[in-house]
Ligand binder design. Structure first.
Ligand code: UDP
Ligand code: MG
Length: 315
């Protein structure tokens, strides 16, 4: 019998967690497979951890990994992947925005052997602010144009994958993780299931607009080198423009002979070029910072408490 691993990152999910657990357990019990839950407590400050301890005591299918602080959803997913024992592995949010009811269909699709992973994509963004949706749309357009990881608009992290695919994701042990890019980068045959957006059952979204914006920037820097070449192309363009301006100045000098006029325009040009240079330096800085963090080889996360024996505590 196949085994299913459900990885659930939880950060301050005391309200949503019991609802999710009840619903998801009901669904997997009705499926023709064995299962395990891996809850990753990402440094919650509420009652999430005691709740997980209780659940683990009552249900042998429950494993929890509790981080020493908040390391972020990416780290939580990585820890889950490293510890999952199933043949099929899924990541799900604790807030029921990833409907457990889709699991049986996803399971069947993998069983048919035609696909290696079944991913979900929301076709609507109801309940989300229009500003956020607009920026999200632009982000997907941009990143698909400038990187070779193919990232689908509205794609969720919710997907069911075969062991082989998860092994290759774990092998990508980079420190700066952007899962939507990693899933696309490793390839494999993926089937997309569209569904209508569901609003979170309880609690609040952990993503502020600013946090999402930074996450989007990370995604671009992690999966594309195009911003770097903006600097070189900008430089070439600028040099060409400067050459043209020089020509104009020389001709004007020869024809009219005005020597001191044009002070204001000179300052404008200097400030403009200074700005462009700073902008390009900033882009370089982004990449150097990533390289710096990557070369430090810091662990992704530290597991402070778990109910499973033999778990590697520092990943
Ligand atoms: N999450 C996490 N660590 C964080 C932020 C979020 O583990 O630092 C988890 C959270 O508990 C939830 C999932 O990631 O299970 C998605 O978060 P959320 O629902 O807040 O994001 P949204 O659905 O609004 O994008
Ligand atoms: Mg959510």
């Amino acid at each position: 019998m196949k085994k299913l691993s459900l990885i659930v990152p939880c950060y301050n999910e005391q309200e949503a967690l019991p609802l999710f657990y009840a619903e998801a357990a009901k669904v997997v019990q009705s499926m023709p497979c064995d299962y395990e839950f891996i809850f990753v407590n990402d440094g919650s400050k509420d009652e999430t951890l005691p709740l997980l301890r209780q659940m683990a005591e009552r249900d042998a299918h429950v494993t929890y990994l509790s981080f020493s602080r908040n390391f972020g959803k990416e780290a939580a997913m990585y820890a889950g992947f490293c510890n999952a024992r199933g043949d099929y592995i899924a990541v799900m949010d604790a807030d029921m925005q990833d409907p457990p009811a889709l699991l049986p269909r996803m399971f069947e699709l993998l069983e048919s052997r035609e696909y290696d992973s079944v991913a979900t994509r929301r076709v609507s963004r109801t309940g989300e602010s229009p500003v956020r949706s607009w920026f999200a749309k632009r982000f997907y357009q941009l990143i698909n144009r400038i990187s070779d990881a193919d990232i689908v608009d509205g794609a969720r992290d919710f997907r069911l994958m075969r062991r082989e695919m998860v092994d290759s994701i774990v092998a990508m042990s980079e420190y700066n993780r952007f899962s939507k890019g990693i899933f696309g980068w490793v390839g494999f045959r993926t089937c997309w299931l569209p569904y209508e957006n569901v609003e979170r059952v309880a609690g609040e979204s952990k993503w502020s607009f600013w946090k999402l914006f930074k996450y989007a920037m990370d995604g671009i820097v992690n999966f594309s080198l195009v911003p770097l070449s903006v600097a070189s192309w900008g430089g070439i363009l600028m040099t060409f423009a400067a050459f043209l301006i020089l020509l104009v100045i020389i001709i004007r000098r020869l024809a009219f002979g005005d020597a001191v006029a044009g002070w204001a325009s000179t300052i404008c040009v200097i400030i403009f070029i200074g700005g462009v240079q700073l902008f390009c330096l900033g882009i370089m800085g982004q990449y150097i910072a990533k390289t710096y963090l990557e070369t430090k080889r810091r662990p992704h996360c530290i597991i402070a408490e778990t109910n499973r024996e033999g778990v590697k505590k520092i990943l």
